[in-house]
Design a protein around this ligand. Structure first.
Ligand SMILES: O=C(O)C1=C[C@@H](OP(=O)(O)O)[C@@H](O)[C@H](O)C1
Ligand SMILES: C=C(OP(=O)(O)O)C(=O)O
Length: 421
């Protein structure tokens, strides 16, 4: 969709049908990196093809890895096992996974690597990871504490133990874990500071690493030991994206429909699948929802909360402020734009003052998506119940779910595409 904005026409029927969410972004970007670090050919099926995974694939190509795309959901990765220093900076858009994962992996490369992103990524913190790598003797700089990051790698870490504060992003731990298997001795990662939100992403990392032949253990709740096995090329199937599934679960409960997404909620291994249990309680979702272990699902649930029978307070969501945009601010701005007083920020909590009578009203609102796919996709749900909701920059869904608007259309949702002014 290349239009500037899209106005959703609330369907007059329940949304029924079959829609499969695309492959998991988190797992695809882990698998692409691990395949790039493994000598030989790996076939990744069920993969996501979107902005975030294209940036990762393109970066690997720039470093001498062959990445073929025989069909819409497959990557075939052939690598020497080394990521050669590229002749130009690696541009990773706003892909947090690609940016953080590559930063650590390239610290074990040879030569100069520059990891950079777009203006949004250049505001997302990477300093704790850069400091951790510095403590391992790596020559690495990120003058702003955000990308760009310049790494002058010598192929080794000088120490076999690192302490990392992952309060801002669990991706720092995942990045160090995946890199560490390419080191020359057993390596220990120890957590400092606040606990990590979304520990489930660390589990995803460990299971992807094991699939590519690595040995990683978690001796305590805050430490991991990785053996220097390197990676073995393998064929790997990627499950559908649980965060993408949350919009379909949301559309189902809001319209009292039945959407078959092809995967039972308990078959996902990604943390956001936990959102199903909360969404299934709609319109009686709990008064307090802890978002720490399902962060990317919070915009979805927060928009649903506007139609809940009773208000909802979201807690444990402070690092939503450092995602693609400040999501606490973006969600409260969007909801208040629909109806003043619908949401409120209290410190880092988000309060949504539910109002089931919103459904069926015409409340013209232009939703600023702040270039954030999840803001666009979750506010589209409000448009299923309220007339005249317009989503600005609808193409931003391409970060993780390029087929989103087509998926809604396939369920019978109609849109007015507003031409660029
Ligand atoms: O490891 C991952 O795949 C991810 C971890 C989470 O980020 P943080 O660790 O920065 O919270 C999540 O929000 C992101 O979409 C994907
Ligand atoms: C936070 C997200 O992405 P990332 O950190 O991978 O850019 C997301 O997809 O919601």
């Amino acid at each position: 969709m290349t239009t500037d904005s899209v106005t959703i026409l609330p369907p007059t029927h329940a949304l029924n049908g079959k829609v499969s969410p695309p492959g998991s972004k988190s797992i695809t970007n882990r698998a692409l990196l691990l395949a790039g670090l493994a000598k030989g050919t790996s076939r990744l099926t069920g993969a996501l093809k979107s902005d975030d995974t294209r940036y990762m694939a393109e970066a690997l190509r720039q470093m001498g890895v062959t990445v073929e795309e025989p069909d819409a959901t497959t990557f075939v990765v052939t690598s020497s096992g080394e990521l050669k220093a590229p002749s130009a900076p690696l541009f990773l858009g706003n892909a947090g996974t690609a940016t953080r994962f590559l930063t650590a992996a390239l610290a074990l490369g040879q030569g100069r690597y520059v990891v950079d992103g777009d203006e949004h990524m250049r505001k997302r913190p990477i300093k704790p990871l850069v400091e951790a790598l510095k403590s391992l003797g790596v020559t690495i700089e990120s003058p702003t504490g955000c990308p760009p990051v310049t790494i002058d790698a010598t192929g080794r870490f000088e120490k076999n133990h690192v302490v990392i504060d992952a309060g801002l992003s669990s991706q720092y731990v995942s990045a160090l874990q995946m890199a560490a298997a390419c080191g020359s001795e057993p390596f220990t990662i120890e957590l400092a500071g606040a606990d990590i939100g979304a520990r489930g992403y660390i589990d995803l990392t460990m299971s992807a690493m094991r699939a590519f032949g690595a040995k990683v253990e978690q001796p305590t709740s805050s430490s991991w030991v990785i053996q220097p096995t390197g990676y073995t090329a393998t064929d790997f199937h990627i499950e559908p994206d649980a965060s993408a599934a949350t919009y379909l679960w949301g559309a189902e409960v809001l319209t009292k429909g039945q959407i078959d997404i092809g995967t039972p909620s308990d078959a996902f291994t990604q943390p956001d699948a936990k959102a199903y249990d909360v969404i299934a309680q709609f319109p009686n979702m709990p008064a307090v929802i802890d978002g720490s272990q399902m962060q990317d699902a919070i915009p979805t649930i927060a928009v649903l909360a506007a139609f809940n029978e009773t208000p909802v307070r979201f807690v444990g969501i402070e690092n939503l402020r450092v995602k693609e945009c400040d999501r606490i601010r973006a969600v409260s701005t969007g909801l208040n734009n629909i109806r003043e007083g619908l949401a409120k920020e209290e410190g880092d909590d988000l309060l949504v003052f539910s109002d089931p009578s919103l459904a069926g009203q015409s409340l013209p609102a232009e939703i600023d998506t702040f270039a954030d796919h999840r803001i666009a996709m979750s506010f589209a749900l409000a448009g299923l119940k309220i007339r005249d909701i317009t989503i600005l920059d609808p193409a931003c869904v391409g970060k993780t779910y390029p087929g989103y608007w087509d998926a809604l259309a396939s369920l019978g949702v109609e849109f007015v595409r507003n031409d660029p002014k």
